[in-house]
Design a protein around this ligand. Structure first.
Ligand SMILES: NC(=O)c1ccc[n+]([C@@H]2O[C@H](COP(=O)([O-])OP(=O)(O)OC[C@H]3O[C@@H](n4cnc5c(N)ncnc54)[C@H](OP(=O)(O)O)[C@@H]3O)[C@@H](O)[C@H]2O)c1
Length: 268
């Protein structure tokens, strides 16, 4: 039986088989895939046998992207690295075209690219505002739309948002504000692609222990954020990774939603 692109069976053996093989030979694009969350997700999906297109932005990260490609190949998948600034639609199209040209198809997209700078609203310049909306909202929109044009039936699109969407806080107006529209993009695209059994969802981690967080955080914010969770610590990359695998495989019935992955930091 084939549902949502997965092969299912009611037998225990069959279930095991589904988990092990659902991503074998499937092509998945990860934006921001060289390091931190994207790098860990890439390695995990490669271990499930997927072909990974690892997008990265800064030339500074070329070495990290190559390391991630090697790690993915070592883990059992195939992988390439693609450099691009995703704030123009033509760059997004090129990244997707390169992915499909290399591997012949597209099964999934994990959009982890994002930008955060903590700043009180009175200090936000027009340039800072635009830079956040360009990557967090506009690029997310076109990564989703351009993926939708190429994705196979039963495919999956996952955006990484933020648990700040369910928080009441200062300093992150343009960060949370520019991630918020993606929830609407996700609902729309989930409806539009439903007849093709494509699921579109968002994962919204809590403050997560990566350079991304530390570069934006104010003094004392890490301690505050850790203490604000029910479980008493910051979100770690490895707490998020299994959810991406799940949504890419057995979790396909979740659709058009945002899952707050934060140990009990904020809720909605
Ligand atoms: N860390 C947290 O506290 C936290 C919490 C919740 C959600 N998130 C979200 O999780 C995702 C991954 O974050 P992370 O912590 O793993 O940090 P990260 O590795 O820095 O991820 C962000 C990625 O987006 C890329 N990017 C930024 N602007 C871009 C542009 N114009 N074009 C193309 N790529 C661009 C960055 O590239 P460069 O490094 O080259 O700029 C980087 O690879 C982000 O969407 C973030 O908003 C993070």
């Amino acid at each position: 039986m084939s549902i949502g692109g997965e092969h299912t069976s009611l037998s225990t053996e069959g279930k095991h088989h589904m988990t092990e093989t659902a991503l074998l030979g499937k092509t998945i694009l990860i934006t921001g895939g060289a390091k931190n969350l994207g790098g860990a997700v890439a390695r995990d999906l490669a271990a499930a046998g997927a072909n990974l297109a690892i997008h990265y932005r800064s030339t500074r990260d070329k070495g990290l992207a190559e390391e991630t490609v090697e790690a993915c190949i070592g883990a059992g998948g195939d992988a390439i690295a693609i450099q691009a600034d995703l704030t123009s639609v033509s760059a997004i199209q090129q990244v997707l075209d390169t992915t499909v040209r290399q591997f012949g198809s597209l099964y999934g997209t994990v959009n982890t690219a994002g930008l955060a700078q903590g700043s009180p609203m009175v200090e936000v310049t027009e340039e800072l505002y635009d830079s956040h909306f360009d990557i967090n909202a506009k690029a997310a929109f076109f990564v989703m739309a351009e993926s939708a044009k190429r994705i196979e039936d039963g495919g999956k699109i996952i955006n990484i948002l933020s648990s700040l969407l369910a928080a009441f806080t200062g300093r992150y107006s343009i960060y949370a504000g520019s991630k918020a529209p993606v929830e609407h993009f996700t609902r729309a695209l989930a409806k539009e692609l439903g007849s093709r059994r494509v699921s579109v969802n968002n994962l919204a981690p809590g403050p997560m222990d990566t350079t991304f967080f530390w570069n934006a955080a104010a003094d004392g914010e890490a301690e505050y954020s850790a203490n604000a969770t029910a479980l008493g610590e910051l979100t770690k990359v490895e707490y998020v990774v299994p959810w991406v695998r799940f949504l890419m495989t057995n979790g396909w019935w979740l659709n058009g939603q945002t899952v707050f992955l934060n140990g009990g930091f904020s809720t909605r």
